[in-house]
Ligand binder design. Structure first.
Ligand code: CTP
Length: 417
């Protein structure tokens, strides 16, 4: 037997689910093959996982596979004599921090809806203490089944009954059709489960984040940009969403996946970024400017590729200064009235504290986060220095996602959320 240890990429290898015990329920559907990888991802994130399978699920994947991945015998029957009291549905549900059904078939949803309990998994869901053991559902089915009014009605009612419905993916389905209804990918489900357990310190907040570099065109094939990877801003967007905020991420040209549940607006130049930010800032309560916006742009980009003229002389470029997006938003009426909390970043090469303090006053923002440019650009780790009117707080070097989560907590406490 080979020993596979590498899990799917979750973007971060932190033990985000350490101490959590999850009951992973599989109902019948081809997406059971993804449940194997999900199980591994949950364990890699620090959770312990007890798998329970329906008879239909066993048609798609064996309990042997799930036992090997979870490191625990799988339960499949409500008559399992391994339990001394023969009450697996009670014992298993009492020790879980949450029950995650992935895949959750249309039939299983209908069963849950009616409170049916003729197999271990549905029995366990019905028997769980409602206020202590949350139920998360990852639907998976053919697009017609998903779109059917009965299914949509069931989804709404299950949510009204207290279940958390994690949504579905869109795309090519095993049946050959294309549409909504695929089960979310394991790394997406992992992100959703982690978000589910995160305290909602930003509930009700509308967060607007800028991230990445900008690209200022010289001609149709060349331009000026910088080494910003966007990772810090994307991590902040993810952390804010985990904390319960509605998040819009205005991203310069980067090739990073959009964090789950975040609305992304792609832009290229500083001027595009300014337009997008100004239109979204109207709805925001928190603005976090992490983007490395180009300070200057070629004043008159050429409409056609600039050709060498054989003279040996480089073309002379004129530059114009870009508008300061952060300072513009910080001057807005909402920010002045305290309805929009603005957070700036400062990428410095030296004298971090002095430069960050000066930049905070110059940009007129309540909180400025300093970091050393060469230590952060393109890297997965960083160290931050938070500077506000009260003083400064150093967040030591850590993964950008952990720093983003710390920063979100710091912002929440400053706005009294
Ligand atoms: N910023 C912005 N729009 C600009 C320039 C910067 O919104 N045109 C924001 C950045 O997103 C960051 C903060 O302002 O939050 C500081 O950016 P930084 O590049 O460190 O500072 P600069 O304003 O460019 O100042 P300097 O060049 O003097 O360091």
């Amino acid at each position: 037997m080979t020993n596979e240890t590498n899990g799917p990429s979750s973007g971060d290898c932190t033990q985000d689910l350490a101490g959590k015990h999850l009951l992973l329920g599989l109902s019948g559907g081809i997406a059971c093959y993804k449940a194997a990888e999900l199980c591994r991802a949950l364990i890699k994130a620090g959770a312990t996982v007890q798998v329970v399978m329906t008879e239909a699920a066993e048609q798609f994947i064996t309990p042997v596979t799930m036992q090997a991945l979870s490191g625990r015998p799988v339960y499949t029957s409500q008559w399992d004599s391994r339990e001394a009291n023969n009450m697996a549905h009670i014992n298993l549900s009492r020790e879980a921090d949450a029950i995650l059904i992935a895949p959750c078939s249309a039939d299983f949803m209908a069963k849950l809806l009616h409170g049916r309990a003729d197999d271990l998994l549905s029995l366990m869901c019905l028997a769980r203490p409602l206020d202590q053991v949350p139920l998360l559902l990852a639907p998976a089915m053919n697009r017609e089944m998903y779109a059917h009014p009965a299914t949509q009605r069931n989804l709404l009612q299950l949510a009204a009954d207290g279940a958390t419905v994690l949504g579905v993916g869109t795309g090519f389905q095993a049946c050959g059709e294309t549409g909504d209804g695929r089960m979310l990918e394991p790394d997406q489900l992992l992100e959703d489960v982690i978000a589910f357990f995160t305290p909602k310190v930003l509930a009700g907040q509308q967060v607007l984040v800028t991230a990445g570099p900008t690209y200022e065109a010289i001609d149709p094939v060349r331009g000026i940009t910088n080494l910003s990877s966007g990772k810090m801003g994307f991590a902040i967007a993810r952390a804010a969403r985990e904390a319960g905020a509605q998040v819009t991420l205005v991203a310069g040209p980067v090739s990073l996946p959009t964090p789950r549940g975040v609305t992304r607006v792609d832009v290229k130049s500083a001027s595009d970024m300014l337009d997008a930010v100004v239109s979204h800032a109207k709805f925001a309560t928190i603005f976090i400017a992490t983007a490395a916006v180009a300070d200057w742009r070629p004043a008159a980009p050429a409409m056609q590729k600039i050709k060498k003229d054989g003279s040996g002389h480089a073309p002379q470029l004129e530059f114009a200064e870009n508008t300061d997006i952060l300072a513009t938003v910080a001057r807005s009426a909402a920010a002045q009235a305290g309805a929009l909390y603005c957070v700036g970043f400062a990428a410095e090469s030296h004298d971090l504290l002095e430069n960050a303090q000066a930049k905070r006053l110059r940009k007129k923002v309540p909180l400025l986060v300093g970091n050393i440019g060469p230590d952060t650009f393109g890297q997965d780790h960083n160290a931050l220095l938070l500077v506000d009117a009260q003083g400064n707080t150093a967040l030591p070097r850590a993964s950008k996602l952990s720093l983003a989560r710390r920063l979100v907590q710091e912002i929440a406490s400053r706005i009294g959320a």
